[in-house]
Design a protein around this ligand. Structure first.
Ligand SMILES: NC(=O)c1ccc[n+]([C@@H]2O[C@H](COP(=O)([O-])OP(=O)(O)OC[C@H]3O[C@@H](n4cnc5c(N)ncnc54)[C@H](O)[C@@H]3O)[C@@H](O)[C@H]2O)c1
Length: 260
């Protein structure tokens, strides 16, 4: 990844930040995009401290805002002149509720960020990759993009859409040297997942976490680094022919039927 330019949305925390660490270690130049300005600055400071000579650009943007997406793409081109890799990662879980009781405003917000935000990113990044004749894209779906998840209708709908858009990007732009894949993480211990365990058991989120881990074949949750390292492979030239796939990173859990 030496000198490759990679945009990471949702780069301030969690899976975005873990991929940033892995890509920085491999010599990439990073554009970190997030709507949390404070966390974004903290992320940039800690990455530049940990990786000598790392070149970064940070852009505050809400990915559900089309103009903000155009802006982070334009700023990247102004500073670095190209986009080799795109980690289209920013997303939210929404609230947990049965389908017929799901709050409509939250539903729309989940779709705006997880579906429209990913789509705007593809819409404005791909033309630059086409001009270069090269690009690697990783969209972030979820196991909720290949399976149903009780009480998470909006999230599941949005992540299935991400998986679908991934297939279309792969078949429409493969001829331009652009390989597009999605990842489907299971439960990876990031701030988003910690928040979900608080919703499941507000008095004892750690107990909810332990209970959840019991159902995974590995009996533990994933580490953000597990995802970051795999994503940095998919974003590199080492990946020469994998495209259009939604790849689970879940300790095998999505293959399970019945008790483990
Ligand atoms: N952690 C998991 O187990 C898991 C599992 C499956 C899928 N995912 C997906 O991975 C992605 C990252 O999740 P995470 O666990 O790292 O979450 P996180 O909440 O820990 O981090 C998400 C980051 O994205 C940013 N963000 C959220 N909405 C944004 C917006 N509209 N515009 C710009 N930035 C925004 C947040 O500020 C934060 O920095 C999400 O798409 C999520 O759905 C995570």
């Amino acid at each position: 990844m030496k000198d490759k330019v990679v945009i990471i949305t949702g780069g301030a925390m969690g899976l975005g930040y873990a991929a940033a660490q892995s890509l920085a270690a491999k010599g990439a130049k990073l554009v970190l995009v997030d709507y949390n300005e404070e966390k974004l600055k903290e992320a940039e400071a800690s990455l530049t401290k940990d990786f000598d000579g790392l070149e970064t650009l940070t852009v505050v943007a809400d990915v559900s805002n089309e103009e903000a997406v155009k802006n982070y793409v334009n700023k990247t081109i102004e500073k670095f002149g190209r986009i080799d890799g795109f980690y289209n990662n920013a997303g939210i879980e929404g609230r947990q509720a049965p389908m017929t009781e799901y709050d409509l405003d939250v539903f729309k917000k989940v779709i705006d960020i997880n579906l429209m935000g990913v789509y705007y990113g593809l819409r404005y990044v791909i033309p630059h990759m086409q001009k270069q004749g090269f690009g690697r894209i990783v969209n972030v779906a979820s196991v909720g993009g290949i399976r149903g998840v009780v009480n998470q209708t909006a999230y599941v709908a949005s992540k299935h859409a991400v998986s679908g858009m991934t297939k279309n990007a792969a078949i429409e732009y493969g001829k331009d040297g652009i390989l597009t894949n999605a990842i489907a993480p299971g439960a990876i211990l990031t701030p988003m997942v910690a928040e979900a365990f608080k919703q499941v058991n507000p008095d004892d989120p750690k107990a909810a976490e332990a209970e959840y881990a019991q159902h995974n074949p590995t009996r533990h949750l994933g580490d953000p680094k597990d995802v970051g390292n795999f994503v940095s492979y998919l974003l590199s030239e080492e990946n020469g022919y994998v495209s259009g796939q939604t790849i689970a990173i879940d300790g095998g859990e999505s293959n399970l039927y019945g008790n483990s």
